[in-house]
Design a protein around this ligand. Sequence first.
Ligand code: MN
Length: 251
Amino acid sequence: MRILVSNDDGYQAPGLAALVNALRAIGEVTVVAPDRDRSGASNSLTLGRPLRVVEHDNGFYSVDGTPTDCVHVALFGLLDEEPDVVVSGINAGANLGDDVIYSGTVAAAMEGRFLGLPSVAVSLVGEEPRRYDVAAGYAAQLTASLATLAMPAGTLLNVNVPGNSEPGPIRAELTRLGQRHKAEPVIKDTDPRGRTIYWIGATGPELDAGAGTDFDAVRRGLVSVTVVSTDLTCAQDTTAVNDWLLGLERP
Ligand code: MN
């Protein structure tokens, strides 16, 4: 199995090293990752300038762009052979609920949607301890069996592993994305030249975190696995919108 690995924390991140270490046991690994921390980059593509790729002594490629740039360049120009799967991570911190909208970790996996197999985003939940080795082992186990999994087209697996997971059997739960309250206020301050600056604040606390959500699974010490669709069309009943549109038609 050919595995393309990326992340959003940058090519020097410890979570990436652990993931690559584990995945090398199950396949042929190529790393194409941002040259710095691009957390929060979401699915952005760099269009206004060219991208430069550097190959490092350990064989990792870094790109002066976003996680999406990395996977896009890898799939459509850099790699001689198309990979079977994209695995992104392991992110330093959770990607739960609304985080997925902003996450570069999830975005890198999403860019692998053109491949036949589902792509996987892996994040480590919590501050300390950070058992990247345990999460990486689980990611490798999961990735090795992806070929036997029938998933709908255009979907990816968003995996969140509790950071304090112990070596040994890991229990996972299939979840849906929960929701957070609105974010904390931006931090307003003044720069040394007297100009006002704003610093994006912390994510909001949990709002929808009940049974069945990703928040609930990791709180109970389980690995959360959510099937995320790249089709953003609303799955709820939209009859009211259709009625509203028809009402706008001129006679
Ligand atoms: Mn990150």
